[in-house]
Design a binder for this molecule. Sequence first.
Ligand code: DP6
Length: 330
Amino acid sequence: MLNGKARAYTNIALIKYWGKEDPELILPKNNSLSLTLDGFFTETEVLFSKNFTQDVFYLDGMEQSRNATKKVSTFLDLVRKRANCPFFAVIHSHNHVPTAAGLASSASGLAALAGACNQALALNLSPKELSQLARRGSGSACRSIFGGFVEWERGHSDATSYAVPIDAQGWEKELAMVFVLINDQPKDISSREGMQRTVETSAFYPQWVEEAQTDLQLAKAAIQAHDFQKLGIAMEANGLKMHATTLAATPPFTYWSPDSLRAMTIVRTLRQEGIPCYFTMDAGPNVKILCQKKNVQAIQAALAASFAEKQIIAAYPGPGIQFVETEVTK
Ligand code: DP6
């Protein structure tokens, strides 16, 4: 029996990945920068066997449809080719989120799957190689191989596109991210679909690619200088630019909801009151607030006037991928 198990944590981009240069290899148009968090993770076990007649994917104990299994199977095909292994697999994946948060993320999911396959088929990949492999499943997954601040270097080929950790000398431990969970419905337009439409049709897209480069340099300089305000300003501006591209797509779309705007207003008010905090959003209405750990309680209290307690979750910088012992490997 060939089996392996891994745990990967979700990451949130401060400087976004938004658009592919090569959709087949998942090479991005621009570098991105993220923070891996301890709050949400996926644990995945994979089992390859000559006795299986197809790939079967269980998510939180529920067998998934053929359609939902396709992304996983396509990824497994890559791994099978690499390991010269002809067997189908059974995959058990568990998303650990504090509540039904709608935060099940392809980043932690595909990173954990890559790690589990590495283990099961004894691929012996280095962290860099594992990041390259995870990228083929979902772009943002390549960043979840590492903890803390991470940069995904876009590269120009399969071998040169991977994530690298950014050494902030432990400064990240002073930071936190407060999640405002606006809606736990599956998103209407996936990030994959949304970024493709934007690349193909948005008049603002070329500008985005240029701006993202500048924002990334600002964010990296802020991390090196341990300058929270500069980092927050660069992050918030970058997220807004990403979301601006969607409004100029054909047909236009937005991930924002009225509640997202309410959360943004609270963040701006907090800043006026002297609490530095900054927001970002991804391909859904949830708002993520980057702040200093010491201000988490004040931010939670301000949000509590408009949102239910279970909608507000604080997360802290987390580790990179972890391999978990299985009954068979023990
Ligand atoms: C908005 O990594 O989910 O969260 O590569 O097509 O699987 P695919 O996309 P995915 O996109 C994430 C987009 C984002 C920004 C980010 O995480 O950088």
